[in-house]
Structures are given as C-alpha cells and as structure tokens.
Design a protein around this ligand. Structure first.
Ligand code: MN
Length: 738
C-alpha cells in the first residue's frame, strides 16, 4: 500500500506548493475510519481510496480533489459524518464527499425511469462541481481494474454500466485515455471470448513485428529532425476494444487485421504540426480518405490533432496523429486539463462553469445538457435518450415508424437499419423513406432519423449492397442471401435440364425418382444434385444413367433421342446442325427464359446481346449458368464441338412485367458538330436506352460508333435501326451479332 509521503511526492511533481498537511490529515483520517475493512480482493479497504487518489494525480488535480479521493467512501462505508468532515476539512471538501456518497447508490442498469432519474442526479452533482465527475470516474476506473474479485453478476452489471454511461461520459469530457481504459476493461468482462481472440491475434502480430515500433519511431524522428523539426514520436498498440469496434465496423476478420499500431508526433507549435504533415506526406505516400484536420476544426469535446495514414517505412501502413504538447494534454485529460490548474491556481468549481463553457466545447455541452434538465416539457426518459444520443458520438440512433430506437455505427445506411431490425426486413428491402421521403438506400443516416423500410417479397438483396452496408450483420446476411439465391437459380436450372433430358429419353422425372439414385451420384440430397447439374458439374446424361442403368448399351452409351421435338445435334464439321424452336413458339422442351431477374442464372451474349423475337440457343457455362445467343451469333461456332453444353431455350416474356434486353448496333456516321447528339436523340425519341457508346475514328470526317442498347424486343430494335438510317449523317446502321 502506498505510503503517505509517496502520495505527497506524486502531487509535488506537478504542484510544488502542495498542501502536505491537508493530504496527511486526509490520509490518516481515511485509514483510521476504514480500519480493518477489507476489499473483495483481500486487500485493506483503504488501498482503494489511495489508488483513486493516485489516478487523480496523473491528471494533475488540486489538493482538495486528492483529499476528497482519500475520503470519498468514508461517509458511505464508515461511521464518518458530513459534519465531522466539514469540521476537519472544511465545507468545500465536505460537500464534495457528500455528493460522491449520494452518487454511490446510483444504478444505471435498471428500469428506464430510474435510470433517467439517476442520470439526472449525476449531471446535477457534476454541474455543482466538475471535480465530482473526475473523482467518480477515477473511482470507477479503480473498481474496474480490480473487477475480477467480484461475483459474476455484480461484475457484469458494473461493466455494463461502465460501457453505457461512464466510458462515453469520459469521452465526451475529452478524457481519451480514461475512456479507452474503461471501455477495454468493460469489454473484457462483457465479451470475454471476443476479447481473448483479439488478444491472441495481438500476441502473434506483436511477435511478427517485434522491432517495427522502434524502427518507425526512429525513421519518423530522423526524417523530421533532418527538416529542422524537433518532435517526440511515440508508437503504441491499439487497445483490444478499439480493434474490436474497427473489425466490426469494417467487417474484417481478425486475420485481415494488420494495422494495430498508431503513432503520435508531438511538436511545439501549430505551425510545426502542418510542417510535419507536409514532410510526412512528401516522404511517404498517403492513404486516401484517411486525412482529418481536427486542428482547424476541433471535435465537440475540444479534441485537436491532425490524423493521416501513410504507407510508411518498410511498406507498412502507419496511422499518425500530429499535435502540439498542449493539444496532447487536452486530448488525454480533457476537462481535467482545462482550467482546474492554471498557473498553479485552482480556478474551477461549480461557480464558473458558465465561463468555462465559453472556452471549452465539453463544458458547453455539459452546460446545455444541464439547462435542458430544467425543461418542463421534457420527460426524464426522453432526456436520458437525448443525452445518450450525444454521449455516443460514434453512433447514430434512428427510429422505426413505431418509435423503436435502433443504434447503428456512424456511416450506416437504410440497408444496415433494415438488417438491424430483422434479417427478413433486410432481405426484402427495396427502398427506404427517411423522415417520410423516399431516399436512396445508400443514404447515410443521421441521428434521430425516422426510417421506414419499403419491402417486396420478390426481392433478393443485390450483391453490390454488401459494399454499401457498414454493419457486419448486414454484410453477412447479404452475402448469405445472395449465395442462397444463386444456389436456388442453379437448382432451378438443373431441374429444367433434367426434366428435358428425361423426357427425351421417354422417362418420367420427379424428385422421388431422382432421390432413389442420388447415392450413385455421390450426393446426399436432391437439391444438391439439381444445383450440381445447373452449375454444369454433373452432366444430365450421368443422372439419366444413374437413375435408369437399363438404358445404357454395351458401350456405356445412352440411345440417341427418339423424339425430334426441339432437340439438336451439333456437328463436328463446323456446321451447326440443330433444331431450334421459333422465337416465342410454345415449345414444351425448351427452357423458358425471362430475363436477368428471373429464377435462372441467365446471361446474354457478351458481345451483342439477345432480345425477344430472336431465335435463341443457350450455352451452359460451368459455374456461371446459361448464356443466351441469337442463333445467328458467330460466337456459337466456338461451342460446336461441345454438344453437351448446348441447351434448348425459348423466350417466356411476362407481358405484365416487361423488361429490357441488351443489343449492340454499329453505325457509320459523319464526324461533324452535333452528330452524336442527333444519334442519341433518335434513340431517345424511340424509347431506347443507351448503356455504352464507343467511337472509333475511321477517317478525318468519319466515325464508326458502337452502341450498346437496352430494348424491349426485336421489333423495337429494328425500329430504332430504321430510324437511324433515315438520318443524312448516318451512312449505315446495323446490328452486331457477337
Ligand atoms: Mn469507491
């Protein structure tokens, strides 16, 4: 246990005029009152107030605050009284100890109304004297550091309360190190498995990068000093909790986690902050979108620093914070650094919070919050919600139309919101109303937004949403839904293929018939076999042979198809010999093609497309699905010697839900001002949609123009081509068959 003189020494380091007599008196009184009391750890109870006092010396607090720390549990836990403390130490200290005693019983993990009331009392006590909060936070920090000795239920309650109230409050007051340590200690208790796995990963990375920190420190220091800047460069490992939130925010796996070190460059003047930044950016390449200037625009809690990330020495990503000595002190100690000690003189108690709020954003926030306490129109629960919103700066809180609150990380979109409500809501989300107005689903949500998700049963979340979503939950769900949808499409295609193969062989097809033979195909479920056929992993013939071994002849072959209704044979001579049904005809054995959003994995000829009205064939590409080609496509030659990949397909357009299809045209056009405008005008007038345009100069005054269009059908495409041909600037217009 720390001795009396050791504590005095800690204070003397920053305050040569320390009131030794006061501290000695408080030490002796506290120790005597707590007497033989023990903590859960078995240590003498008095070790706790002593450690709390020591924590406060790190923040360089005044003698009265240190004395209060030594006495903070006396009224609560011993026979000491307010009167006795007043008589021995004066009213100022007596008031502070009593305030802390009242706060001792506050419980923030309780019913909402109680929570609100308790929070109100905490803020009122803080308003009366900010030092109450500083002692309270130091008290909580020491309790968190020694939490392992408590019973489990108590441990969880205290950790939850710390994560909910005290850590964000410390952050809001600008006390960064306090916030980080409180969060980390709570995290360890609340999510021990996540904590352990991050620590394990950290140990590995630490081992792999043993000399990295000193090497980078040295490289930075030398580079700056050769440019005439004296700087303190300090590298540090990030805390597990901050890594955890980053992993969650960016949906990284721990294995992907690499930049666990942050570096601080502390210089003497603001000017040198920017000079140091210039030197860093000209020496190493900066990582885009990571630069933030909190010097010219400080955060609300007064935090100031320049942030940037560079690909630094040794090709390592290095996160940098550049700041002055003074900014550093504020970043670490926040309000504690602000005015408690100015020129060795105490200038703050409750009395001049008004004045301080002019100088400090943290105080301004505190004052405004406290003023709002007196608003008669604000119910206590509402007050608590509002204030919590502001405590959690890294989160946004939005509401469902029914008023349920949804907490999301900053940067979250309606997609994240939908998945936070329920996975089903996310999977069927097609749009969103924010505060009553339809907005794009990639809109960044703001605090207090009311979000209504527009849903459609037919929806499958687009794969691209995975990149837009910021929450891990949304991303994982989108990935799963996309994978399921693709699997279903392949299963559907597999069924179509098998139904036709069986029909050609004159055999019935059904799930039970297939089920009887799946073990011969090395699979355990009908759906697996269907999907494998759809993906092109199992040929339809193999399934037919497995189900009907009696069909196989002596050479192991199946008989040639007997019926001639729409099957084809591909010649090996380079001449295609196959029968295709007419476009739009009702051919029973052809696979119906709807479009891109249908139930099958369909693509269209990449260099020319295909449109309804075209006579078409499908080519099965293993792992990808069917690609639809117009029969006249020269690209089909390539598949001539792979008859097993040819599929008989037909259009099956739903007139109730028309969609557009891709087609490519080529034009020869005069190159004169306005010619491209004339061309696009014709296409627009005829309801064509342009997807892509490529111009190839052929001569000084002539262009070849390739246009990828989206049209309704062949008639529509033909009309556009005819209209283009009527323009004098166009010498030819034809369709491209890729
Ligand atoms: Mn205590």
């Amino acid at each position: 246990m720390m001795r009396q003189y050791e504590l005095v020494e800690l204070v003397r380091r920053y305050n040569p005029n320390v009131d030794e007599a006061l501290l000695d008196k408080a030490y002796v009184y506290g120790m005597m009152k707590h007497g033989p009391q023990k903590r859960a750890s078995g240590d003498p109870y008095f070790s706790h107030p002593l450690e709390v006092a020591a924590i406060l010396t790190e923040m360089r607090l005044d003698d009265a605050t240190i004395a209060v720390a030594l006495l903070h549990d006396t009224i609560e836990d011993t026979d000491a009284t307010r009167d006795e403390i007043d008589a021995k130490f004066g009213v100022e200290i007596g008031e502070l100890v009593e305030s802390l005693t009242k706060l001792e019983k506050l419980d923030f993990v309780s019913k909402k109304t109680e929570q609100a009331e308790n929070f109100r009392r905490l803020l009122l006590a803080v308003a009366a004297d900010v030092r109450v909060l500083l002692v309270k936070l130091a008290d909580r920090l020491h309790n968190m550091r020694t939490l392992q000795f408590m019973r489990e239920d108590k441990r969880l309650r205290i950790a939850e309360e710390t994560m909910e109230i005290y850590a964000p409050l410390a952050g809001r007051m600008g006390m960064q190190w306090m916030r980080e340590e409180l969060e980390d200690l709570s995290f360890r208790t609340l999510q021990p498995e996540a904590y352990q796995s991050i620590c394990g990963r950290l140990t590995t990375l630490r081992e792999e990068n043993k000399n990295l920190i000193p090497a980078i420190e040295q490289a930075l220091t030398e580079k700056l000093s050769s440019n005439g800047i004296t700087a303190k460069v300090k590298g540090r490992e990030k805390k597990p909790y901050s890594i955890f939130t980053k992993v969650q925010r960016k949906s990284l796996s721990f294995e992907q986690l690499s930049d666990i070190f942050g570096f601080r460059i502390v210089v003497d003047t603001i000017e040198n902050c920017y000079r140091a930044l210039g030197i860093v950016h000209t020496t190493w390449s900066m990582v885009p979108n990571r630069f933030k200037d909190y010097v010219s625009t400080p955060k609300q809690n007064d935090y100031r620093s320049i942030h940037t990330t560079v690909v630094g020495p040794g090709r390592q990503r290095v996160e940098l914070q550049i700041r002055t000595e003074e900014m550093h002190r504020f970043a670490e100690f926040g309000i504690a650094a602000h005015a408690l000690y100015k020129d060795g003189e105490r200038t703050v108690g409750g009395r001049n919070i008004q004045k301080l709020s002019e100088a400090s954003g943290a105080y301004a926030w505190l004052r405004e919050t406290i003023q709002r306490l007196n608003d008669p129109n604000l119910a206590p629960e509402e007050f608590l919600e509002n204030t919590k919103l502001e405590l959690f700066q890294d989160q946004v809180f939005c509401f469902t139309p029914k008023g349920k609150i949804i907490a999301l990380p900053r940067g979250a979109t309606p997609i994240d919101f939908a998945y936070a409500v329920h996975t089903d809501v996310g999977n069927t989300c097609v749009g969103a109303k924010i505060n009553g107005r339809i907005k794009p689903v990639m809109t960044e949500l703001a605090n207090g937004d009311e979000v209504e998700i527009i849903r459609s049963k037919a929806q499958v979340p687009p794969a691209a949403w995975e990149q837009i979503a910021v929450t891990g939950k949304a991303r994982a769900a989108i990935r799963r839904a996309t994978r399921d949808a693709v699997r279903k499409q392949f299963g559907g295609l597999g069924r179509q293929i098998l139904e036709r193969a069986f029909e050609r062989a004159g055999r019935d097809f059904s799930d039970p018939i297939l089920a009887a033979a799946i073990h011969r195909l090395g699979h355990t479920s009908v759906n697996e076999v269907l999907a494998a056929v759809g993906r092109g992993e199992i040929a339809s013939d193999s399934v037919l042979k497995a189900v009907h071994p009696e069909l196989v002849d002596k050479r192991g072959q199946l008989p040639k198809p007997a019926s001639a209704d729409g099957w084809f044979e591909a010649g090996t001579s380079g001449v295609m010999k196959f029968r295709v049904p007419d476009g739009g005809s009702d051919d029973r054995t052809a696979i119906p093609i709807r479009g891109l959003s249908g139930d099958l994995p369909v693509h269209f000829a990449p260099a020319g497309g295909a449109v309804p009205g075209d006579r078409i064939v499908g080519i099965l590409t293993p792992g990808e699905g069917i690609t639809i080609y117009p029969i006249q496509s020269p690209a089909l030659k390539e598949f001539d010697d792979q008859p097993e990949r040819w599929l008989d397909v037909r259009w099956d357009i739903d007139p109730a839900a028309p969609s557009r299809f891709p087609a490519r045209i080529t034009l020869n056009s005069l190159n004169e001002p306005g010619s491209l405008a004339q061309i696009t005008q014709v296409i627009a007038d005829n309801d064509g949609n342009i997807d892509n345009i490529k111009m190839i100069p052929k001569a000084a005054d002539f262009h070849e123009i390739l246009i990828d269009l989206e049209v309704w059908d062949l008639k529509h495409l033909t009309r556009i081509i005819q209209q283009l041909r009527t323009k004098p600037i166009i010498s030819s217009a034809t369709r491209v068959n890729g």
